[in-house]
Design a protein around this ligand. Sequence first.
Ligand code: SAH
Length: 226
Amino acid sequence: MGIRRLNHQKLTGIGMTSRRTRERLINRLREEGITNEDVLEVMLNTPRHIFLDEALSHRAYEDTALPIGHNQTLSQPYIVARMTEALLAGGPMRRVLEVGTGSGYQTVILAQLVRQVFSVERILPLQEQARERIKLLGLRNVKMKHADGTMGWPEKKPFDGIIVTAAPRTLPRGLISQLSPKGRLVIPIGPDQDQKLVLVTRDGDGYKKEVLEAVRFVPLLGGAIS
Ligand code: SAH
């Protein structure tokens, strides 16, 4: 499958920032080692400023994490790119589960690269905002659920890929069981000051674990809140 392109007219309505500003961010991602051209192209063409409060939107194309309220953050573009690239490195994906919708930015990047995205968020107001943004961009291949995503989304399994954007202390085994036979899980694991981004590849009944790099994410928390 190729890239799903965002509707040009919708983007004009949103007030898409100058291409130069976005190109600068993409050049930086290249310098940091991102090589997947599809990921880079999708990030070049996705407005990140609509995922932020107006007071912060002028910083949207900096390579940095930014607050989105409720003690949560919009992930750093480099991390979004790195996780997406690691997820897709095994070949094209049809069904992908995201745990931790947050602002919806990572969701929208994924939705342009895979056939169907399933995204779970435990904080209802964040989910509702994300839903509006996804609609604004005209994407129709995202299904959302308000729940604790630690146990994944069992009714929708199997997933070719799972991406988790908040960090548990240890690997949630339940998620691995929702992967398809060659499925890939990208997840930050560990306590606040000592997290590693890990790629888990399912291999028959077992799985393989590979540490990608040190990261810093908000914690994966139990229970859903309205
Ligand atoms: N990818 C998002 C990251 C947001 S931060 C973005 O770039 O905007 C992580 C998100 O995970 C938060 O919105 C937080 O509420 C959510 N989260 C934490 N624990 C969760 C859980 N158990 N189930 C679902 N979502 C969870």
